[in-house]
Design a protein around this ligand. Structure first.
Ligand SMILES: CC(=O)N[C@H]1[C@@H](OP(=O)(O)OP(=O)(O)OC[C@H]2O[C@@H](n3ccc(=O)[nH]c3=O)[C@H](O)[C@@H]2O)O[C@H](CO)[C@@H](O)[C@@H]1O
Ligand SMILES: C=C(OP(=O)(O)O)C(=O)O
Length: 438
């Protein structure tokens, strides 16, 4: 439990390192190499710990670089002794993260079999894995669902195939990439996701010797090769953590320099940030975000796949939007159930109404299906401290920002969920002047 005394602007500098949505996947990719890999910019977050544990269970030696992992976050990954882990030990990771599903392709190539525990991740919708399993079957894998997870077998080398994703899923695109690079023959993927973290994964796989072409219209072609070598790679910075700190600056009337933030992956976010009334300054070593004083402006937006407005930015920004003048509208088109965190904001005094209709120009998969996936926020409203139970990663960070923007004291329970994607967030908050005590 964290006690948060709100009402003061957050002011100062925080540093972001490698992206939560790339680093654990890059670690999985090291399984594909015949020589060791070096990954830099690795943050100390729970998802990295989970994947480290899973890799070690499969015989990969994982060690920090010469400076520990303090400055450069360097990780050495040596897959020389890859072996099947014990199902009981692997199963202990059930429900921990979404990354285990990406072990399928690399383990099938190395060992001909894989056991994948049930996935975890944020509870923001059903999050099925049907695309992943369909794709793996197309490559020739035998897939059996068991009570504790999924058992996969490859009786011979996996074969390149043609895949068309019904929706540009990030994870399913990564599944195809990590499987196709060592399959026999060519794989053509249509309907691919093209998020910056996927492009960074492709860059890393290319360093390993993979042959991957990204064509127009979400088409990716992969020519399978017989073997790959290890990589040396610096992970792209975490654009989602950056957007979270930017929203924290706006919500609390503060001024935060995010060291390590990179502009190109944030163009869409920066446009919205400016339109709402926030100011930013892109510098050589990062981006400064600040509330310039005066009133914030309401705004209507729809979340979407890249290059649209990233769904993971939505939750922290909603907190800032409770401070904007007039009606703001958010249509969530990626997840059917990502507004649960607004209950706590309403308890704090925010005026947020949820709707089942698509409140935006883009008809989405959730229209007429009884999901509350649009929100109307009426502001500005004063927020007051309350007791909050953290529901998930971004929702939890958003609740912290709300507690810091609120008058009075809040009790925030379950903050350990936030560690899954925000490195040292408590120290960072304290460094920004937040009054928090555990
Ligand atoms: C670890 C990681 O990188 N997580 C990110 C990744 O999640 P993740 O890779 O899980 O998200 P996806 O892009 O796969 O999911 C998008 C949508 O597709 C649906 N879907 C997905 C797979 C499938 O087999 N069947 C299916 O129906 C999902 O339920 C969801 O509605 O991309 C999301 C969308 O940018 C981000 O919010 C997450 O932060
Ligand atoms: C939804 C998220 O993550 P995950 O896919 O790991 O649950 C997120 O980072 O906001």
């Amino acid at each position: 439990m964290l006690e948060v005394r709100g009402g003061n602007p957050l002011d100062g500098t925080v540093r972001v390192r490698g992206a939560k949505n790339l680093v654990p996947k890059a670690m999985v990719a090291s399984l594909l190499g015949e020589t060791p890999s070096v990954l830099r910019g690795v943050p100390q977050i729970r998802d990295v710990e989970i994947v480290t544990g899973l890799l070690e269970l499969h015989g990969v030696r994982v060690a920090s670089g010469p400076d520990g992992d303090q400055t450069d976050g360097e990780l050495h990954l040596d897959p020389a002794d890859v072996a099947s882990g014990s199902i009981v030990d692997i199963d202990a990771h059930a429900g921990s993260s979404r990354i285990p599903i990406l072990f399928c392709g690399p383990l099938l190539h190395s060992l001909g079999q894989a056991f994948i525990p049930d996935l975890g991740g944020c509870h923001i919708g059903d999050r099925p894995i049907n695309f992943h399993l369909d794709v793996l079957r197309k490559f020739g894998a035998e897939v059996d669902k068991t009570p504790g997870g999924i058992m996969l077998k490859a009786h011979s080398r996996l074969q390149g195939t043609k895949v068309e994703l019904p929706y540009p899923s990030v994870g399913a695109t990564e599944q195809v990439l990590l499987t196709a690079v060592r399959a026999e023959g060519v794989t053509e993927l249509r309907g691919a996701a093209i998020e910056p973290e996927i492009m960074d994964l492709i860059a890393l796989l290319q360093k390993m010797g993979a042959i991957i072409t990204v064509d127009t219209d979400r088409v990716v072609r992969i020519e399978g090769v017989d073997s790959l070598r290890g990589f040396i790679h610096r992970a792209l910075p975490d654009r989602n953590e950056t957007a979270s700190w930017a929203s924290a600056a706006l919500a609390t009337g503060g001024d935060i320099f995010v060291e390590g933030a990179s502009q190109p992956e944030l163009i869409t976010f920066l446009n919205v940030f400016r339109k709402i009334g926030g100011e930013f300054d892109v510098q050589e070593t990062g981006i400064r975000f600040r509330h310039p004083g005066g009133k914030l402006r309401s705004f209507a937006l729809e979340t979407d796949v890249h290059p649209g407005f990233m769904t993971d930015w939505q939750q922290p920004l909603v907190v800032a939007m409770t401070q904007a003048e007039g009606l703001s509208i958010i249509h969530e088109t990626v997840y059917e159930n990502r507004f649960g965190f607004t209950d706590a904001l309403r308890d704090m005094g925010a005026q947020i109404q949820l709707y089942r209709e698509c409140l935006g120009g883009t008809p989405c998969r959730f229209g007429r299906r009884n999901y509350q996936h649009s929100a109307v926020i009426s502001g500005p409203t004063d927020l007051k401290g309350t007791r909050i139970d953290v529901p998930d990663l971004r929702g939890g960070f958003s609740h912290l920002i709300a507690a810091l923007a609120a008058q009075g004291t809040s009790e925030v329970h379950g903050i350990e969920l936030i560690n899954r994607g925000y490195e040292n967030f408590l120290d960072k908050l304290i460094g920004l002047g937040a009054e928090v005590s555990a």
